[in-house]
Design a protein around this ligand. Structure first.
Ligand code: A2R
Length: 319
């Protein structure tokens, strides 16, 4: 019997990942097929393994062609474009890459806050434009001694909270469940937390349960001096309302690594000095992406060896 067929969706396979996978699988890259749907119709039933990423997932028009899939390895912690509950019901194991990116995404969140609050991009532009001799940059606000709220105190959120201690932050959080083992202030109302804090970090998964959780009311509660930092998923924030709130000055500042329709970003944000924009690079360092790649590969190779995986998504734990 030959090696099993591995379907690779999206562009998330680095050369080291490819080198490791080639030894054990016959690799088929969907993005390299001229007509993806026709290729899937002809070959999808032969695929037993999938490697994908958080952006592409395995969308319904792909999934319907993959009746023989046993395991889906997602390169990334977010898997909102994979119907994991449905997969679990059908005996398909879905894995992701939690923990190995906690520190990097927390660093990105901090970087966005620092850059936004201290107007890094605005002031960099001032120097590069040669206009500094015409006058100094306007003063900015310190990030020390702030009231900080974290929406989603999970693996990444806790890592961020640890780092915030250095800035003497007064930390609160909101999630569906109060964590028994942390001393930070818990809010069961997202709106109340937004009203009470200066800075609001959003680090929840995407998907239906969190869709537009940060709505107009939450932005208004955060207010004209408030700052919203989103490193979770773009869908958690109502982007149309976000643009309006920033334009009206009802919300003070925003630092965004994620957007509702990536890679599309509302053009109205481009001219705003009070906004910092990143192209979804929360975990995008050489070191962290290598660690994520290793874990994504090991989930596949371990399943091949003994039908177990290292990091199943919660829906598939215990399968
Ligand atoms: O609600 P809980 O108690 O399950 O807490 C989780 C919270 N969360 C929510 N909070 C409020 N309303 C919701 N509907 C809701 N759904 C989830 O988000 C938990 O505190 C946090 C998620 O933590 P972890 O599962 O440990 O995820 P991790 O590794 O920190 O990554 C978070 C997300 C990824 O899913 C990607 O979208 C992004 O950051 O990179």
């Amino acid at each position: 019997m030959g090696n099993p067929n591995l379907l690779v969706i999206g562009g998330g396979m680095s050369p080291p990942m490819q080198a490791a996978l080639e030894q054990k699988f016959t690799i088929h890259q969907l993005a390299k097929q001229a007509d993806e749907q026709a290729w899937l119709a002809a070959n999808g039933a032969d695929m037993t393994y999938v490697l994908t990423d958080g952006h592409w997932g395995v969308r319904p028009d792909v999934m319907k062609h993959l009746p023989s899939i046993e395991v889906i390895s997602c390169y990334g912690v977010g898997y909102d474009n994979i119907d994991a509950a449905d997969c679990a019901g059908r005996g398909i194991v879905v894995t992701h890459t939690p923990n190995v990116l906690n520190a990097e995404v927390a660093n990105t969140a901090l970087m966005l806050w620092l850059a936004t609050s201290r107007r890094l991009v605005r002031d960099d532009r001032l120097v590069r434009s040669g206009k500094w001799p015409e006058g100094n940059a306007a003063l900015t606000h310190s990030i020390d001694d702030r009231k900080v709220g974290i929406l989603g105190l999970g693996r990444i959120g806790e890592e961020l909270a640890r780092r915030l201690a250095v800035f003497n932050a007064d930390i609160s959080y909101h999630s569906r469940n109060k964590k028994p083992d942390v001393a930070y202030r818990y809010y069961d109302s997202l709106l109340d937390m937004a009203r009470d804090v200066d800075v609001f970090f959003c680090i929840t998964p995407g998907g239906a349960a969190t869709h537009h959780l940060v709505n107009r009311d939450v932005m208004d509660a955060l207010g004209p001096d408030g700052t919203l930092i989103n490193v979770g998923r773009g869908t958690v924030v109502d982007e149309v309302e976000l643009v309006k709130a920033l334009q009206d000055g009802r919300l003070g500042n925003a630092g965004l690594d994620v957007f509702e329709k990536e890679p599309q970003v509302p053009a109205a944000l481009f001219e705003m000095d009070q906004v910092t924009l990143l192209p979804h690079v929360g975990s995008a360092t050489v070191e962290t992406r290598a660690a994520m790649g290793n874990l994504a590969v090991e989930n596949l190779t371990q399943f091949l060896a003994n039908k177990t995986v290292i990091s199943p998504v919660p829906e598939c734990q215990g399968m």
